[in-house]
Design a binder for this molecule. Structure first.
Ligand code: THU
Length: 137
């Protein structure tokens, strides 16, 4: 059965409840629908050494990679307030690594309405893995 946005929202919110955000007070959750049909979620994890904090999106990406997923089919990001919590620039590039220009990112400040945008809309003319020559590993 197809995964719904309601399920992705619930997974992102469950992850957001576990956010470690004592410095910003801004808890974020992210839930990825991966190519294996599974949902992988993550939260932001801040650090007393501020620049070392992680956003929710890379936490979800790490969970996906560790769980055996390879591609981001859709990603749902939740945060506080009314304004859609769109991924930061660095996270857009991280999503780019595992998505396509058509990958949909749903950004949702949970007191407002979700905003749907494609990766191409959020990160136009982007650089990605296919720009690099194949390497023997
Ligand atoms: N944050 C995320 O986790 N994802 C986003 O898409 C936007 C921002 C986090 C980083 C930091 O812990 C807090 O939100 C405030 O910027």
């Amino acid at each position: 059965m197809a995964v719904t946005d309601a399920e992705l929202f619930d997974a992102a919110e469950a992850a957001r409840a576990r956010a470690h955000a004592p410095y910003s007070g801004f808890s974020v959750g992210a839930a990825i629908l991966a190519d294996d049909g599974r949902i992988y979620a993550g939260c932001n994890v801040e650090n007393a050494a501020y620049p070392l904090g992680n956003c929710a999106e890379p936490s979800a990406i790490s969970a996906m990679v560790m769980g055996g997923g390879h591609r981001i089919m859709r990603i749902y990001v939740t945060g506080p307030g009314q304004t859609p919590v769109t991924p930061c620039g660095g996270c857009r590039q991280r999503i780019r690594e595992f998505g396509t220009p058509e990958t949909v990112i749903v950004s949702h400040g949970v007191e407002g309405r979700p905003l749907e945008a494609t990766l191409e809309q959020l990160l136009p003319h982007s650089f990605g893995p296919e720009f690099l020559p194949p390497r023997e590993i």
